[in-house]
Write a protein that binds this ligand. Structure first.
Ligand SMILES: [Zn+2]
Length: 163
């Protein structure tokens, strides 16, 4: 089962020995029984979000599987296909740099938007549009400089591609 957080509240899922507090805010951690905002989002945001979720950077291999409990018991979405891209569902998380903080969304967020009409907060949508290309040095720098100190450490530990 997925962990539930209200949008824009501290996401403690990645707290190990050090709490991230309001430097790491949850977006799109939906769970049955908790109402969530519905509405349309700009197609540019949706397309960018899917591209970011294709192969998102993550600091560590966090165990645990996110399931969409709105699709139970009929089965789980295994992947979302959109705009020629494929987003695997379940285990991955997307970190998006904001102003002095990070947003974190499960990759299921693209499923919640496409299938369940979920509308993420405008601040998150703006951050998605402003986000550097996934995995780029600009992206890693933005994660490091806006995120909690543990994320700066995790970025330093990220293996860089040989140019
Ligand atoms: Zn679903």
């Amino acid at each position: 089962m997925m962990t539930w957080y209200d949008d824009l509240t501290p996401c403690t899922y990645f707290d190990l020995d050090q709490p991230h507090g309001d430097k790491l805010l949850a977006v799109g951690w939906l769970e049955r029984g908790h109402p969530y905002p519905k509405g349309s989002i700009a197609s540019a945001v949706q397309t960018k979000l899917v591209s970011l979720c294709e192969n998102p950077w993550e600091p560590l291999a966090f165990l645990g599987w996110h399931a969409c409990d709105r699709c139970l018991p009929d089965g789980q979405p295994d992947a979302l296909h959109a705009d020629g891209m494929t987003v695997p569902m379940g285990s991955e998380n997307l970190f998006v740099p904001g102003h002095g903080l990070l947003y974190v969304a499960p990759s299921l967020i693209v499923h919640f938007i496409a299938v369940h009409g979920y509308q993420p907060p405008p601040a998150f949508c703006a951050a998605v549009l402003a986000c550097p290309p996934m995995g780029s040095e600009d992206y890693l720098q933005a994660i490091s400089s806006n995120g909690p100190t543990t994320f700066a450490k995790w970025v330093r530990e990220t293996p860089r591609k040989v140019q």
